[in-house]
Design a binder for this molecule. Structure first.
Ligand SMILES: *Cc1c(COP(=O)(O)O)cnc(C)c1O
Length: 382
């Protein structure tokens, strides 16, 4: 069936719930079994809250359908999904290859707990080709970590080539697919083993719940299952329900975020105060061709470089915004604005720009109003 039909129906079995359209919220830690032999043989459909409920399974089945995954595991947040995925493969003395454009908390984990556990992390240029990635792979390399587009800087990676090079060397790949949101990009179809999602963003879609998901190709299911089981990774039933409810409108919301985002990005591109717009759907983006080849759309998140005369003027611009809220995260229905400092994070590549980077999340407001808000904001730079 077509994507919109699957987004509407995936994971739904109303007849199991007396006809209710949505799976009910099962609140359970203890699940009673009829006989002790059932308990000992783990025969029940539900065993214990931590192992999931029908509410959980409805969501993970839907995500597996949309991501083309063999199995999906629910987590309490996106970062939890990331760290559990890495720990499924990490070993002392191991070597971890990570894109230099990775979400910053990934780096914190690598430089913190992973280092303590004896893992060496090596960062690589997000625009590396398959052959050059292959040269970085060592016998002790346990995983390649991708994120496309990159956090803050929006480089699109040549995912099929990178996944192929890693596979040829017997190394699994994982990709943070939060921007592609199980819809505009489906990593497993491009050879990636694990698609990791901060479902907090577009899947939930309403800025009111935290949720992570790990969608696995067949070979990754058992290693990831072992990690989530041993770590006790799980998600609350209310969050799971909210995520599944948000999912039903995912494609409609994403299409509008895309349209509004491109309209705002194009407007910014023509402004003299903006030196660069980092939006993969714009022809001016250096990786536009790769985006067009592999993605089916662009969400509402992008960045631009503002030629502010000083930090104080930039602060004036941002603090005075009426519609763009100042706050972490993105993927809700509302617009957001934040500063970002990739120059302080990069180690394998240098980030240079003539101005301050700001990241915008373009929401579902009328873009005319958003543009008016930005126009007034740019006026405050003078
Ligand atoms: C927000 C985000 C995460 C982390 O998700 P949380 O639910 O906040 O833990 C991971 N990756 C990317 C790209 C994100 O933007």
């Amino acid at each position: 069936m077509e994507r919109d039909t699957r987004i509407t129906h995936a994971g739904r079995t109303p007849r199991d719930y007396k006809g209710a359209v949505n799976p009910p919220v099962y609140r359970a830690s203890t699940v009673l079994q009829p006989h002790i032999e059932d308990f000992e043989a783990r025969r029940g459909e539900m065993l214990y809250g931590r192992f999931g409920t029908p509410t959980t399974r409805a969501l993970t089945n839907a995500i597996s359908d949309l991501e083309g995954a063999a199995e999906t595991f629910p987590c309490s947040c996106g970062l939890n999904a990331i760290t559990a995925t890495i720990l499924a493969y990490a070993k002392p003395g191991g070597h971890f290859l990570v894109t230099d454009s990775a979400y910053f908390p990934v780096r914190k984990f690598c430089e913190g707990m992973l280092k303590t556990l004896g893992v060496e992390t090596e960062y690589f240029d997000p625009r590396i080709g398959g052959e050059d990635l292959a040269k970085l792979i060592r016998p002790e390399t346990f995983m390649v970590w991708l994120e496309s587009p990159g956090s803050l800087t929006f480089e699109i990676q040549d995912v099929p080539a990178l996944a192929k090079a890693a596979k040829a060397a017997g190394v699994p790949t994982a990709l943070d697919n939060t921007w592609g949101a199980s819809h505009f990009f489906r990593p497993i179809e491009h050879g990636v083993d694990i698609s990791v999602l901060a479902a907090t963003k577009y899947h939930v879609g309403h800025s009111d719940a935290m949720m992570g998901l790990i969608a696995c190709a067949p070979d990754a299911v058992e290693p990831v299952r072992a990690a989530v089981t041993q770590l006790g990774v799980t998600a609350g039933t209310e969050e799971v329900y909210l995520c599944h409810r948000g999912l039903r409108t995912l494609s409609v919301r994403l299409e509008r975020h895309q349209k509004n985002g491109i309209e705002v990005a194009r407007w910014l591109e023509d402004r003299p105060e903006i030196s660069k717009v980092l939006h993969p759907a714009l022809e001016s983006h250096p990786d536009h061709a790769l985006w067009k080849r592999d993605f089916e759309g662009a969400c509402g998140l992008f960045a631009c470089v503002v030629k502010a005369p000083s930090k104080a003027k930039l602060v004036d611009m941002i603090d005075g915004m009426e519609l763009f809220g100042i706050g972490a995260s993105w993927g809700g229905y509302e617009s957001l604005i934040l500063t970002g400092y990739p120059e302080k994070m990069r180690t394998a590549t240098r980030w240079e720009a003539d101005g301050f980077l700001i990241r915008l999340h373009v929401g579902l407001e009328d873009p005319k109003d958003l543009i008016a808000d930005l126009e007034a904001g740019l006026g405050r730079l003078r």
